[in-house]
Design a protein around this ligand. Structure first.
Ligand code: NOJ
Ligand code: CA
Length: 500
């Protein structure tokens, strides 16, 4: 299980209102108690924060507000002592426009770094070189540079110029940044928008009807595969089998799975389909079948994600805590690696922002609110957080939920504990069991360990078609034994009786 930390909003040690590395160190006991195996930290590098740390101005240092390299080394060794792993976020598609490479590149067409980025002459009408649009807003993916009279490409903000991965010097320099952190003992990387690295060498127009889907033509090109193989050989030259997790934002399992290559590219790739599908039995059956068809078929290990710092929190999107809890049971009991986003284990909802309060250029602020640690305001943040807390922060604070055996936090803890104890849940084979409409049932099986998962995805009580010892239930009073029924949105894990 991987736990995603958005450091800015996780825990603040010095009272400046911004989470930091010392804050993470201070909360390791909590993360260990919860049952976290591995941390993924969104970017911690120096950044002007135009895109909240996804605009990196130095890949080999720490943003001073978060801490420094010495503190980072301490975090790594403290995690090693606890047998936990750490994965950093690597942002290879673009740098900050304040990165020394870009500052030099825009100085002159003769700069040694000019070809680190994608520069083109304008179209004959004086407009951008082609019709590509950037993320979040329907505006050109190109900005004109007055000084050198050419346009540079940026799939995201103008402050995030795209690197030119067709240039071997870029590949070399960026692979070196991986080595820098591997030398410091990290256990792998989450790789930001990795599918975007290979661009159409012709830089042709996107078809008009596909353009709005955010530069579809730029995405998913054959040229990505040698790039991924090179990255893999850099990372896997290190001991301990460091992991490579790719953010392949294509929302289509059949495309995403291809980024595993033949076992020689990504280890894991985010499959975001569940974040875009309704929470119904039919739709989840289809999602799982597509994973079986595309991932399992090529021997690729799936991932499961319900939310992250770019998407609405699951309790908000699914419009109820019970649904969010049932969804958590799914992703922790299906075959694959679940990724939890900080605060998901608390059942947090998106913070509600008024007009004028939104500061993220991608309008994603709501999911990024600070974690409430304590009941009393300012909830464990000495002088409050950098933005408002999520709804019901006091009732949902960690210290409150830790004391309540029926809380969402206690449910997650019990679920993760069971996952640790039962090899079937971590590695076991998967097969569907028969179930009534609106419900889903499946089996996970590894040698002696056989478990059945039953889920009611409807708002009405449903018949439970199974029996055995109840090991876990989101309806905690069912722990005494199944009574033949599943509550609305209840999820239950049973050890079946021998005969069933
Ligand atoms: C995906 C990241 O998760 C998101 O936060 C960021 O804005 C874009 N990539 C650009 O780096
Ligand atoms: Ca701080």
């Amino acid at each position: 299980m991987v736990y995603q930390i958005y450091p800015r909003s996780f825990s603040d040690s010095n009272g400046d209102g911004i989470g930091d590395l010392q804050g993470i160190l201070d909360r390791l006991d909590y993360l260990e108690w919860l049952g976290v195996d591995c941390l993924w930290l969104t970017p911690i590098y120096p950044s002007p924060m135009a895109d909240f740390s996804y605009d990196v101005s130095n890949y080999t240092d720490i943003w001073p507000t978060f801490g420094d390299l010495e503190l980072f080394d301490r975090l790594v060794s403290e995690l090693q002592r606890r047998n936990m792993r750490i994965v950093l976020d690597w942002v290879p598609n673009h740098t900050s426009d304040q990165h020394p490479w870009f500052l030099d590149a825009r100085r002159s067409k003769d700069s040694n770094y000019r070809d680190f980025y994608v520069w083109k002459d304008g179209a004959p009408d004086g407009g951008p070189p082609n019709n590509w649009v950037r993320s979040w807003v329907n505006l050109p993916a190109w900005t004109y540079d007055e000084g050198t009279e050419q346009w540079y490409l940026h799939c995201f903000l103008p402050e995030q110029p795209d690197l030119n991965w067709a240039n071997p010097a870029v590949r070399e320099a960026m692979n070196d940044t991986l080595r820098f952190w591997l030398d410091r003992g990290v256990d792998g990387f989450r790789m930001d928008v990795i599918h975007l690295l290979a661009k159409d060498p012709e830089f042709g127009d996107d078809p008009e009807d596909l353009k709005v889907l955010s530069h579809v033509v730029l995405n998913h090109r054959e040229e990505i595969h040698p790039i991924l193989r090179e990255i893999r050989s850099t990372v896997k030259a290190y001991p301990g089998d460091p992991v490579i997790v790719g953010e392949v934002y294509l929302i289509d399992a059949s495309l995403v799975a291809s980024y595993h290559g033949s076992g020689d590219e990504l280890d894991l790739a985010f499959n975001f389909e569940p974040m875009f599908r309704p929470f119904t039995a039919e739709s989840w059956r289809e999602i799982v079948d597509r994973v079986i068809e595309h991932f399992d078929a090529r021997g690729a290990w799936p991932t499961w994600v319900l939310n992250n710092h770019d998407a609405p929190r699951s309790a908000t999107r699914l419009r109820s805590l019970e649904r969010a809890q049932a969804a958590a049971v799914m992703i922790c009991t299906l075959r694959g690696t679940p990724f939890l986003f900080q605060g998901e284990e608390l059942g947090l909802e998106n913070a509600v922002l008024q007009e004028g309060e939104v500061i993220d250029p991608g309008f994603r602020d709501g999911a990024r609110a600070p974690i409430p640690w304590e009941q009393e305001s300012p909830h464990g943040w000495k002088k409050g957080g950098w933005m408002q807390f999520p709804p019901d922060a006091a009732a949902k604070a960690v210290e409150v939920q830790q004391k309540d055996p029926a809380s969402t936090l206690s449910i997650y803890k019990a679920l993760l504990e069971l996952r640790r104890q039962e090899p079937a849940l971590r590695r076991g084979d998967f097969r569907w069991l028969e179930s009534l409409p609106g419900t889903l049932s499946w089996e996970r099986c590894e040698a002696e360990s056989i478990l059945h998962v039953h889920l009611n995805l409807t708002g009405k009580e449903a018949v439970l078609e199974g029996s055995g010892e109840v090991l876990f239930s989101t309806g905690r009073d069912h722990l005494d034994g199944p009574n033949g029924a599943l509550r609305p949105h209840e999820a239950m894990i049973l050890r079946p009786n021998e005969a069933s």
